[in-house]
Design a protein around this ligand. Structure first.
Ligand SMILES: NC(=O)c1ccc[n+]([C@@H]2O[C@H](COP(=O)([O-])OP(=O)(O)OC[C@H]3O[C@@H](n4cnc5c(N)ncnc54)[C@H](O)[C@@H]3O)[C@@H](O)[C@H]2O)c1
Length: 273
């Protein structure tokens, strides 16, 4: 196992939710962390109401938490859909923290839309953030990772990258894309000793599931009832996952020198492949 103390990670979408959990877990393992996030998700297909989203101030709060743990941290405003932003977030990480050893591609969006009535903006936003964002972030980071003769990329896919779900075809397709991209990139980069793995989280009550519970609730149900229905109905272990659960696997993958090309579920037993 690689010692992580003193390594540097860049976590996209690290301001809140799963990304924040991964950033804090890495920091507790001795890693300095750059958080890349954007001010707001803009565009016609914006899926959350802006009053529930803290924006870039959330990234600065996460940075303050990492510094309180005794590690160095920087917040970088970047939109993973933009090639120039991806290049700049890597450059600012290396300039600010001295190196880049671990890239975590976590930024993602969700929305619920049946295919027959889905507008193109919804499809495009989902693929631009969830799939193209991973491609651009990896492409930008590879030269910096290569300079150490080894490196680690962790892409956050989903159980929706292993199995389809009604109303989520665009989201599932984007997450299947992340799993396929991860498998392929692992083979392509093996010769450089850069390992590439994916984590497939199950159900976590982040902003993403606040939105999903509200959107998927039946007319007779409260949002809380809908949340409980999904937890009890879908998860064999009967409990939701936490950002720290995902962070623990990220720490393992960052240190596991013989693990590459995997897409590992952290889902309480929902998906068994
Ligand atoms: N919550 C779950 O149950 C769940 C399950 C499986 C997979 N995931 C995946 O985990 C990842 C994190 O999700 P979460 O639940 O923490 O959601 P979240 O909405 O709380 O966090 C997503 C983060 O990504 C950022 N982001 C969105 N678009 C961006 C862009 N274009 N550029 C940079 N940053 C951007 C947001 O600002 C936010 O900080 C996503 O990829 C999501 O698909 C979540």
């Amino acid at each position: 196992m690689t010692q992580l103390n003193g390594q540097v990670a860049l976590v996209t979408g690290g301001a809140r939710g799963i990304g924040r959990g991964i950033a804090l877990a890495l920091a507790k393992a001795g890693v300095d962390v750059a958080i890349a996030d954007l001010e707001r998700i803009s565009g016609g297909a914006q899926q959350y109401s802006t009053d529930t989203i803290g924006g870039f101030t959330e990234a600065q709060k996460t940075v303050a938490e990492i510094i309180a743990l005794g590690r160095r941290a920087v917040a970088i405003q970047a939109d993973v859909r933009q090639k120039a932003d991806a290049a700049r977030m890597v450059a600012e990480t290396v300039n600010g923290l001295g190196a880049l050893h671990i890239l975590v591609c976590n930024a993602g969006v969700v929305s619920v839309a049946p295919i027959e009535s889905m507008d193109e903006d919804t499809w495009d936003l989902t693929f631009d953030v969830n799939a193209k964002g991973v491609f651009l972030s990896c492409q930008a980071a590879i030269p910096a990772l290569k300079t150490h003769g080894k490196g680690c990329i962790i892409n956050i896919a989903s159980i929706a990258g292993k199995n389809g779900a009604a109303g989520l075809a665009h989201y599932c397709a984007s997450k299947f894309a992340v799993v396929g991209f991860t498998n392929s990139l692992a083979k392509e980069l093996a010769v450089t000793n850069i390992r590439v793995n994916a984590i497939c989280p199950g159900i976590l009550r982040t902003q993403m599931w606040e939105y999903l519970a509200e959107t998927l609730k039946k007319p007779s149900e409260s949002k809380e009832d809908a949340w409980q229905r999904y937890i009890k109905g879908m998860i064999p272990l009967g409990r939701p996952q936490t950002p720290d659960d995902i962070g623990q696997l990220a720490v393992y993958l960052a240190s596991a020198e013989n693990v590459t090309g995997q897409a590992i579920n952290v889902d309480g037993g929902v998906e068994l492949h």
